[in-house]
Design a protein around this ligand. Structure first.
Ligand code: FES
Ligand SMILES: [Fe+2]
Length: 322
């Protein structure tokens, strides 16, 4: 996992008011909560005193062993054994991550604490006019495999033969892959095999429309099926072998309150779920569970989005995971 990136780690609705949530994300046991001001706390769930795991009890961030209490910065605010008049020394603190609630997700900046953080890398073109529904699914595989599946443009006629891959368009021209300052963009061109070779990306005309697939580090992606209709995913790393995918359908075609909500929900819970299941069946069998730039695989020209993702991932790990 790459340090010093923003990661969407929870749907905002999963973190209720007055409720502490102890969960594993990015291989670490963390505790999340909303404080009185609406700020989000995210701390290492291990007490600084004598290492008790799960420092939450009675809906307070209070270690149940000797009663130390914590604030959102990870500082101990109260040590009952030294009395309320004694100042708590600075060394009594645990690691905390900067956390915010935005775009319907809880995000953490997984890395060093800073005075100023980079902006949250959400897609600017998904605004409040969209309605959305979220589907949450656990996959027993490293998140790199789950991301690569959503960048894989040659699996559709096989994995999704009876859904989005109908029509035997098995030959792939390009694809065209481009990095912008913020994201990886992919244009895919599938066609029936007419005996000609796949065209190289440079042989293809410059695309006039926006890219189909967009991926942003640390962990978000969108399939821009139409300006008013998007499939969005956050690939949330639990640990080296487990990922939770938060799959959203965003649409602003049907905007009436009840009808819009029903259509969005049904399309996500039935249509998208079916497609996701088709992917999951295949992806969770891939070995090794975690990918890197150089592994024993025989890749094709059509795998270039996956190769680009791996290349950039390696670059970011070398820069940030020191
Ligand atoms: S171990 Fe947590 S207060 Fe002592
Ligand atoms: Fe798929």
């Amino acid at each position: 996992m790459i340090r010093n990136q923003w990661y969407a780690v929870l749907d905002s609705k999963e973190l209720r008011k007055n409720k502490l949530l102890g969960i594993t994300r990015l291989g670490e046991k963390l505790v999340f909560w909303r404080d009185r001001n609406g700020d989000i706390g995210c701390l290492f769930d291990k007490c600084t005193h004598r290492g008790k795991g799960r420092i939450l009890s009675n809906n307070m961030v209070q270690c149940p062993f000797h009663g130390f209490e914590y604030d959102t910065s990870g500082k101990v605010t109260k040590i009952p054994a030294i009395g309320k008049k004694t100042l708590v020394p600075y060394r009594y603190k645990v690691n905390a991550y900067h956390a915010v609630d935005k775009h319907g997700f809880i995000w953490i900046f997984w890395g060093e604490n800073k005075d100023e953080y980079p902006p949250i890398p959400f897609f600017e073109d998904i605004d409040e006019k969209f309605k959305y529904d979220t589907l949450i699914d656990h996959w027993p595989i490293h998140y790199s495999r789950v991301i690569e599946n959503q960048l894989d443009v040659i699996h559709l006629p096989f994995v999704h033969a009876n859904t989005i891959g109908r029509g035997c368009r098995t030959l792939i021209d390009g694809p065209i892959v481009k990095w912008t300052e913020k994201e990886l963009q992919v244009w895919a061109f599938m066609r029936k095999d007419d005996g000609t070779k796949p065209k190289k990306p440079e042989e293809l005309p410059k695309p006039k429309h926006d890219a189909l697939l967009h991926f942003r580090f640390g962990n978000i992606w969108q399939n821009r099926l139409a300006n008013a209709f998007r499939i969005f995913a956050a690939f949330v790393p639990i640990d080296e072998e487990n990922t939770i995918i938060y799959l959203r359908l965003y649409q602003k075609i049907w905007r009436l309150p009840v009808t819009g909500w029903i259509i969005t929900k049904l399309a996500n819970r039935i249509g998208n779920k079916r497609i996701l299941r088709q992917d999951k069946r295949v992806v969770i069998t891939q070995l090794p569970k975690k990918t890197k730039l150089k592994i024993k695989e025989n890749l094709l020209q059509g795998d270039s989005p996956v190769i680009e993702y791996r290349r950039k991932r390696k670059e970011l790990i070398e820069k940030n995971n020191i």
